[in-house]
Design a protein around this ligand. Structure first.
Ligand SMILES: [Zn+2]
Ligand SMILES: [Zn+2]
Ligand SMILES: [Zn+2]
Ligand SMILES: [Zn+2]
Length: 423
C-alpha cells in the first residue's frame, strides 16, 4: 500500500487528515487529504508568522513606552529634588496622572514665597488705596460704576477740575463718567480701611486707623504738649510724659509781672481783633435798614476764546435796587486746574440806577440751605452810578479742599446780609 509511503508523521497533519478520511474512501481521499494538509499547513504558517510578528511589535511598543515613562520620572525627580517619593513605580505612574503640569506647580510655590515676604495689611493697603493719590482714604470712599476707588478729597477734586474745564468728569482709571449721583460710597472699603493698622506719628506704634486719632490726641505718651504756663510766656513744648517734670521746674510762675507782661500783650492783641469783628456785627445789627437774601450761585462760562468759569446769582432786590453777586476762581487764572491751590473771590454788583450813593456793608454766612464753611468777614463799599461794582473780595473758606467741595457741587448756596448806612 502506498499509504505507508505517504506517512504524515506530525500530529497536526493527523488531526487534519481525520476529517478528510471521514468524508470518503481511503485511496482517493488520502491524496486529497494530503493535499489539504499541505494547503492548511502553509496557511497556518502564514498566520503563525503574522501573529508572531504582531506580538513582537506590540511587545516592542510596550517596552518603548515603559522605558520612556521611566526616563520622564527620573528627570522629574532631578528637577524637584525636594520632593522625594520612595514609592513603587506603579504608584508613581498613577500619581502622574493627577499631578499638575510642572510650570503650574512652580508658579504656586513662588506665590507662597511672596506671601511670606508681604504682610496681609500691606497687600490690602495696595488694593484699598485711592486710585488718584494712592493713599488709604481717611473718611468717605467713592467708587465709579466699574468699582474704582477714590478718596473724598480726590473725588471732589476730579469733579471740580471737570467743572473748571467745562467737561464731564470721568474716572481717572477707566474714563467712565462720574458725578455726585452716579458715584456711590463703598462702606465695606471704608470699614476695612478703618481696621487696617497705621503708625502713630509720635511713638511709631501700630494702631487700627479708627482708634489712631484718639490715641494721638489723648492717649499717646509721646504726643507734643505745651507748658501750662504758656499763657505767661513759657515757650516749652515736649512729650506729654515730660510735662509734669517740666512744670515742677518751670521758672515762669515765679517771674515778675513786668517780665510776663509782653506775652500778655500779644495775647490781648489777638483777642481784640476778634472782639472788633463781633463789635462791628453788633453795631451793624443796630442799623435801620438790614436785608438778607439766601442766594444760589450757578456756574457759567465767559464768551472769550478760552472759556473761563465764573459763578453768578440771579438778580435779587434790596433797598429798592437790583443786585447780583458774581464769583470767580483763583482771580480768573487762565487754567486753574494747573495749580493745586484754589480760592474763590466774589463781588457785589448794583444792577439798577440809583439816584443816591449807597454806603453798604455786607457779610456772607452759611445760611439755612447752604453747607459752606465760611468765617464771617465784613466788607464795605459805596455804590454809585459810576462805581456800581464792588472789588472782588475773598470768600473766606478755610482751605483748597473746601473750595473744591464747592466747585464739585452743582450750586453754591449762602446767605448775604446787607446793611445800609443811613445818612
Ligand atoms: Zn485720593
Ligand atoms: Zn473707573
Ligand atoms: Zn503714640
Ligand atoms: Zn513752662
Amino acid at each position: 500500500m502506498p499509504f505507508t509511503e505517504n506517512v504524515v508523521p506530525s500530529s497536526l497533519s493527523k488531526q487534519l487528515i481525520v476529517p478528510c478520511g471521514i468524508r470518503g474512501a481511503w485511496p482517493r481521499e488520502r491524496l486529497e487529504g494530503w493535499g489539504y494538509v499541505k494547503r492548511a499547513t502553509s496557511r497556518q504558517l502564514f498566520c503563525f508568522i503574522v501573529f508572531s510578528a504582531s506580538r513582537f511589535l506590540s511587545c516592542f511598543v510596550f517596552w518603548i513606552a515603559k522605558s520612556r515613562r521611566k526616563i520622564m520620572s527620573e528627570t522629574e525627580a532631578a528637577t524637584s529634588s525636594s520632593e522625594h517619593m520612595p514609592e513603587s513605580m506603579d504608584s508613581n505612574e498613577k500619581m502622574e496622572e493627577f499631578a499638575e503640569p510642572d510650570v503650574k506647580r512652580r508658579k504656586i510655590s513662588k506665590t507662597a514665597d511672596t506671601e511670606k515676604k508681604y504682610k496681609l495689611e500691606d497687600r490690602l493697603g495696595g488694593i484699598l488705596c485711592c486710585a488718584v493719590c494712592l493713599d488709604l482714604p481717611r473718611a468717605a470712599v467713592y467708587q465709579c460704576s466699574n468699582g474704582h476707588l477714590m478718596c473724598a478729597g480726590c473725588f471732589t477734586h476730579v469733579l471740580a477740575d471737570a467743572r473748571l474745564r467745562d467737561e464731564l468728569a470721568t474716572c481717572p482709571s477707566c474714563r467712565v463718567e462720574i458725578s455726585k449721583t452716579s458715584a456711590t460710597r463703598n462702606l465695606a472699603v471704608e470699614n476695612a480701611v478703618s481696621e487696617l493698622p497705621s503708625e502713630c506719628q509720635f511713638c511709631n506704634k501700630q494702631f487700627p486707623r479708627n482708634s489712631l486719632e484718639r490715641h494721638e490726641d489723648h492717649e499717646c505718651e509721646e504726643r507734643i504738649s505745651g507748658c501750662k504756663y504758656s499763657r505767661i510766656g513759657c515757650p516749652w513744648r515736649g512729650p506729654v510724659h515730660e510735662r509734669a517734670e517740666h512744670e515742677s521746674e518751670c521758672t515762669h510762675p515765679n517771674r515778675k509781672g513786668s517780665e510776663v507782661i509782653e506775652a500778655l500783650e500779644v495775647m490781648d492783641q489777638q483777642m481784640s481783633e476778634e472782639r472788633k469783628l463781633y463789635d462791628t456785627i453788633f453795631d451793624l445789627l443796630g442799623y435801620e435798614k438790614i436785608i438778607f437774601n439766601d442766594l444760589q450761585l450757578k456756574p457759567y462760562r465767559t464768551d472769550e476764546f478760552v472759556h473761563r468759569l465764573f459763578y453768578e446769582s440771579s438778580r435779587f432786590s434790596a433797598f429798592n435796587n437790583q443786585w447780583v453777586v458774581k464769583a470767580r476762581i483763583n482771580n480768573s487764572q487762565k487754567d486753574p486746574t494747573q495749580s493745586s491751590d484754589r480760592e474763590m473771590t466774589y463781588q457785589l454788583i448794583l444792577k439798577s440806577k440809583s439816584t443816591t450813593p449807597l454806603n453798604l456793608s455786607y457779610i456772607v454766612l452759611r445760611g439755612p440751605v447752604g453747607d459752606i464753611h465760611v468765617k464771617p468777614r465784613i466788607h464795605e463799599f459805596e455804590f454809585t452810578d459810576v462805581n456800581n461794582e464792588s472789588p472782588y473780595v475773598n470768600l473766606p473758606v478755610p482751605d483748597t479742599a473746601e473750595c473744591n467741595r464747592l466747585l464739585a457741587a452743582k450750586t453754591i448756596n449762602f446767605r448775604l446780609i446787607m446793611f445800609l448806612a443811613s445818612k
